[in-house]
Design a protein around this ligand. Structure first.
Ligand code: PMV
Length: 328
């Protein structure tokens, strides 16, 4: 009862920040992302009747505490779905340095969902896998699919219609790049899980965000359909600003952007202005690592901007594939 799967990370253009249901992980708004080819997690899950509890190894290191608790809670869902009551040993390996500040929960839980479902003998299609991965980490539901992915928030209370769908595959717009800067190696002060809960509870601007975010999402999809990077870039930057505005409006405030991030924001805007066209777009998640979405021809310029702002290490990603099963 063992299986391995690989899932790639995804970086949102329209962000998920806020839950309608914390237990089931149903989001307050739909979101949109691109799956990244260069950063991924491989998970191997083995259900073993000799185990007396679940085990977790991340990049070879045995984990206890919160991350194991979270995994066990997730595996309980898989056990309940299958009717089996066996514990599992889970090993995950990321190809990007952990502690680099790049979130690994999306790729990890997408890979764990796929590997655990297969190992325990559940025969799930990608939609069902997306719903399952969502229970591990919201953003993981998008990593089941490659290319341009929409997570529809759904309307049901049981979350059965809250899953991701692929809008366009990874070959649709192959010139798209995400130049990721490795900015901070520090553990983030506030996890996205508790941060977004605090925002929903205390931000007065959050209601306004919800009013406009889906409009922005539809405009982003239109721009992707037309492959209009100039329009898409403006939406991506405004969306990042908007999410970080409701974060700051949370009490106590959540501030993920640091001085380098602010420098990058201004530099990208200035570069676009100097060309009279948006050829790059910055976006930030729950951390200070910058993501510069751009097209192939501006990758070197994007790296130069990051370097100038004090960021040495970069990872360049293209649109990447969805989950796949592999040998151990
Ligand atoms: O990784 P999660 O599921 O806790 O959510 C993180 C959400 C953001 O990365 C901040 C935005 C997004 O949509 O990925």
């Amino acid at each position: 009862m063992e299986a391995s799967a690989i899932a790639h990370s995804n970086i949102a253009l329209i962000k998920y920040w806020g839950k309608k249901n914390e237990e089931l992980i149903i989001p307050t708004n739909s979101s949109l992302s691109i799956t990244m080819d260069a950063i991924y997690t491989k998970a191997t899950v083995k259900f073993d009747k000799h185990l007396t509890k679940d085990e977790l190894y991340i990049n070879g290191k045995k984990e206890e505490g919160k991350s194991l608790e979270r995994l066990s809670k997730f595996l309980d869902i898989v056990r309940e779905m299958s009717g089996e009551k066996i514990f599992a040993s889970v090993k995950t390996e990321t190809n990007f340095p952990l502690g680099s500040g790049l979130a690994s929960s999306a790729s990890s839980y997408a890979a764990i969902a796929a590997a655990s479902a297969k190992a325990i003998g559940l025969n799930l299609d990608n939609r069902e896998l997306s719903i399952l991965a969502r229970r591990g980490s919201g953003s993981a539901c998008r990593s089941i699919f490659g290319g341009f992915v929409l997570w529809q928030k759904g309307t049901r209370d049981d979350g059965k219609d809250s899953f991701a769908v692929q809008l366009f595959d990874e070959k649709y717009w192959p010139e798209i790049r995400n130049v990721i800067g490795i900015s901070s190696t520090k553990e983030k002060r506030i996890s996205s899980r508790s941060g977004m809960a605090a925002t929903v509870k205390s931000s007065t601007l959050f209601e306004a965000r919800l009013k406009y975010v889906e409009e922005r999402l539809n405009s982003a999809i239109e721009a992707i359909k037309k492959k209009d990077f100039h329009v898409l870039a403006e939406i991506i930057m405004k969306e990042s600003n908007n999410m970080h505005a409701v974060m700051l409006d949370t009490w106590p405030p959540i501030i993920y952007l640091d001085d380098k991030a602010k420098e990058i924001i201004y530099s990208v805007i200035e570069y676009n202005e100097s060309l009279g066209e948006n050829v790059m777009a910055y976006t930030f998640d729950a951390g200070a690592n910058p993501h510069i979405y751009t097209t192939e021809e501006y990758v070197e310029e994007a790296k130069k901007i990051l370097n100038k702002c004090g960021i040495i290490q970069t990872i360049v990603c293209k649109p990447g594939p969805g989950i796949r099963y592999v040998e151990k």
